[in-house]
Design a binder for this molecule. Structure first.
Ligand code: C2E
Ligand code: CA
Ligand code: CA
Length: 764
């Protein structure tokens, strides 16, 4: 018995929605049966009262079945309705044996409830019906005499048959229950596994309903967003304590919801709690039901802020020079390529190299060297136009690229040079420096390296010309490395040869604007190659400086220049000789000059002028002012060469022991048209006069410049307008001929007359 009991199904375990569907089916079917019975009864004789009672009872059970009462009550009512329908059918058919089949149909139908109450009620009602009606109206219940005579026996027989049929329903129902239980166990197990992996993983995860509600969150998620363990009901993505920086959390969720495939996105958010910015990688998967309706979105999130920041830092490190924070060489070349490819305007590249940086480093130590580079980077950034690319290429080399109208490179380069009139501010004091600047301008998508090389070449030329100046790139500058090596070899050969032949001096006259006559000459060295070509100093002075061969070369120039001056003593006032920084730094230099002068009895040493550039004076390796004092004590005069290309601060001029200031060509060119230049020159002239210095304007090429300088009161000029540098014999001839400025079509004081008291020319 207990064995059987254990195997009986529990019953009543259907879920509400499954039960409701089955109940609806059975109720509707019952109502339909009622209609069929009514039609059936209408064709049978003497059925009025039976039909009325049957319909009345069925209708009652249908009505109870449709009320929202308990499941049990409603199902029992429907079961009774079926019992009544079967009984009614038997009665209406006059006890026809086949009509009894309806009970078997009904028991199978009611098994759908999988509940003992309606099932049992139906079995009991069936047995009761057969016995009660079998006795009372046996000819309406059975259609054969055996049953009509023994209705109880037949009632039990029919009851047993129905029960037997019901037995199989119960077995089937019990088996289903067992299977469902196993399925549930499996489900529970996999759900438990899922729960563990969802709840316990350190990755923040959330399940979101289609309306944005948070269905389920894991511990990592709640901890990450500092949410309570139990969220308030109706908590949606819009209530989350983070806000997307670009688009709202809501629109972000819309994007996710609309994507049919899994999505991976990275977005920046701001946390409400501490206001910090975070980067979040979002991985989302949408789950759909069988109808293709979105059921939920499964999202897992990774805070990738530190990874992102690290990447950004790495990118910055790769793109920037660690010492100065400027762009790195790689980043510069990359950005320059883009600029060249995309800029509608020409692109100027300005290559900068610190003059004698090595001596700054040697004299002051590497820390100061680094400070200088940092300070220079700052200075550059403050001078170059907004949007320019500024990089440190390594060592003491910097580079700037700027797009703009023609001439912008020259303007920026000159601006940088001018800005260095103020010494750099470094910890522990000030540090004056000078730069060699090379400028080139490119239009169109040239390779970046080519443009950089051109600017570098121009810079190198500026450096060889003594530094502290700007050189614009020209094709002639394109001197290959081989040629540099060849230059050194040539120089060695020339120095070993008869130097008068291989390294002749050419002379360029300096002319007085007052008398129009030649008052002196600058000696400019040339090289005559074995094949008879004449090379300008530009081709070998650099090599000479680099190799130190400038020392014997310089001594040769000095001796030759003085020798020529002595030969032209009748016609020439003085000769000036260029002294390179390297030469001046040589400890032997002053004794060499002293020896030379001592070898010429009766020679007036002031007829020898030594031209020294500002950068030479700034060389920190030797005490230059001491050396200049020593030279001045010998009686020679000092000229400050290329004034206006470097610091050229007017106040600085005061502290120099110079006798002559040579205004650089760049200062003079176009003077006649440029009011600003004219006023600067006036200021310089005023100052040099008050310091008892003389001034020579270099590079005078036009008559207009001559007039302008004369009007401004510049006492002497030098330039192609009067004469290019000439080989000694030709210059000698010029002196012998007594050539004056009149030969150039200018009458001395043309349009100008001399101020008697000051000796300066006045426009009139
Ligand atoms: P610098 O001392 O500035 O010499 C003036 C240069 O300007 C000369 O070039 C001269 O030919 C050029 N020049 C003169 N007037 C004009 C003009 O009206 N227009 C133009 N466009 N240029 C003009 P050069 O002879 O080629 O000498 C170049 C540089 O080489 C010199 O510049 C000087 O720094 C250096 N140098 C020349 N001879 C010697 C030397 O014996 N020793 C040293 N250390 N350097 C020298
Ligand atoms: Ca010179
Ligand atoms: Ca010069």
């Amino acid at each position: 018995m207990t064995w059987l009991w254990d195997r009986l199904p529990v019953g009543g375990g259907l879920r509400d929605e499954d039960w409701a569907r089955r109940h609806r089916l059975l109720t509707v079917l019952l109502a339909v049966i009622m209609v069929i019975l009514t039609v059936f009864g209408a064709f049978r004789p003497d059925t009025g009262p039976t039909l009325l009672v049957t319909d009345g009872l069925i209708l009652t059970s249908v009505l109870v079945g449709t009320r929202s009462w308990s499941r049990r009550l409603r199902s029992v009512a429907v079961a009774l309705g079926y019992a009544v329908a079967c009984g009614g059918f038997v009665s209406l058919s006059g006890g026809l044996t086949e009509s009894h089949f309806s009970f078997f149909v009904a028991v199978a139908a009611l098994a759908l409830y999988r509940d003992w109450a309606p099932f049992g009620v139906f079995l009991i009602a069936t047995t009761l019906h057969h016995s009660v009606f079998g006795v009372l109206v046996s000819e309406h219940t059975y259609d054969h005499s055996s049953a009509q005579n023994h209705p109880f026996t037949w009632a039990l027989l029919h009851g047993a048959a129905v029960l037997f049929a019901a037995g199989f329903q119960v077995v089937q129902w019990s088996l289903t229950e067992a299977e469902e239980e196993r399925a549930q166990e499996n489900l529970d197990e996999s759900q438990a596994q899922l729960s563990v992996s969802f709840d316990e993983t350190p990755v923040p995860m959330v399940m979101i309903a289609p309306d944005g509600r948070l269905l389920r969150t894991n511990g990592a998620y709640r901890e990450w967003l500092r949410l309570p363990d139990v969220l308030p009901s109706g908590f949606t993505v819009a209530d989350l304590p983070i806000k997307a920086v670009e688009d709202g959390v809501q629109s972000m969720y819309d994007t996710i919801r609309e994507s049919e495939d899994p999505l991976t996105l990275t977005r920046q958010y701001r946390r409400d709690d501490d206001g910090s910015l975070i980067w979040v990688q979002i991985h989302s998967t949408n789950l759909y039901d069988r109808d293709g309706e979105l059921k939920l979105t499964f999202v897992h999130l990774l805070d990738v802020t530190s990874v992102r920041n690290h990447e950004a830092e790495l990118r910055h490190q790769v793109r920037h020079d660690s010492l100065t924070g400027l762009l790195s060489r790689k980043a510069f070349e990359h950005d320059l390529s883009l600029l060249l490819a995309e800029s509608a305007e020409p692109v100027s590249v300005i290559y900068l190299d610190v003059d004698r940086f090595k001596s700054i480093n040697d004299a002051t130590g590497h820390t100061t060297g680094d400070d200088v580079l940092r300070a220079l980077a700052l200075r550059l950034t403050s001078v170059v136009p907004v949007g320019a690319l500024t990089a440190r290429l390594g060592g003491d080399e910097f580079i700037v690229a700027v797009a703009g109208p023609a001439g912008i490179g020259l303007r920026v380069g000159n601006g940088i040079l001018a800005s260095l009139a103020e010494p750099l501010q470094v910890p522990g004091g000030e540090q004056p420096i000078a730069l060699s600047v090379g400028v080139t301008t490119a239009s169109g998508p040239l390779p970046a390296e080519e443009v950089v090389l051109a600017a570098d070449t121009a810079m190198y030329a500026a450096k060889r010309a003594g530094g502290n100046r700007l050189q614009v790139f020209t094709d002639e500058l394109r001197v290959p490395v081989q040629e540099r090596i060849a230059a050194e070899a040539r120089l060695r050969t020339a120095l070993a040869d008869d130097m008068r032949e291989s390294l002749p001096l050419w002379f360029q006259p300096v002319v007085s604007t007052v008398t129009g006559e030649i008052i002196g000459a600058e000696a400019l060295v040339r090289m005559r190659t074995p094949d008879g070509r004449i090379l300008s100093p530009f081709h070998f002075i650099g090599a000479a400086e680099e190799t130190g061969l400038i020392v014997p070369l310089g001594e040769h120039v000095l001796r030759e220049a003085v020798a020529h001056l002595l030969r032209w003593s009748e016609d020439l006032g003085y000769v000036s000789v260029n002294v390179s920084p390297r030469q001046l730094a040589e400890p032997d230099f002053v004794p060499v000059v002293a020896n030379l002068l001592a070898g010429i009895p009766g020679f007036d040493p002031s007829r020898l002028v030594l031209e020294i550039t500002e950068t030479a004076l700034l060389s920190s390796t030797v005490d230059v002012s001491e050396r200049l004092e020593a030279l001045k004590n010998l009686g020679v005069r000092i000229a400050l060469d290329d004034f206006g290309t470097g610091y050229s601060s007017l106040t600085w001029l005061k502290s120099l022991p110079a006798d002559i200031v040579k205004l650089d060509r760049s200062f003079v060119a176009g003077l006649a048209e440029d009011k600003r230049k004219a006023s600067i020159i006036s200021a310089v002239l005023w100052l040099t006069r008050s310091l008892s210095m003389s001034t020579i304007a270099e590079g005078v090429e036009e008559a207009a410049d001559w007039y302008a300088l004369q009007a401004a009161g510049c006492p002497a000029v030098q330039g192609y307008f009067f004469s290019k540098p000439l080989p000694a014999p030709e210059f000698s001839q010029m002196l012998a001929d007594g050539v004056t400025v009149e030969s150039k079509g200018i009458t001395p004081f043309g349009g100008v007359h001399l101020n008697e008291t000051t000796g300066t020319a006045v426009a009139g």
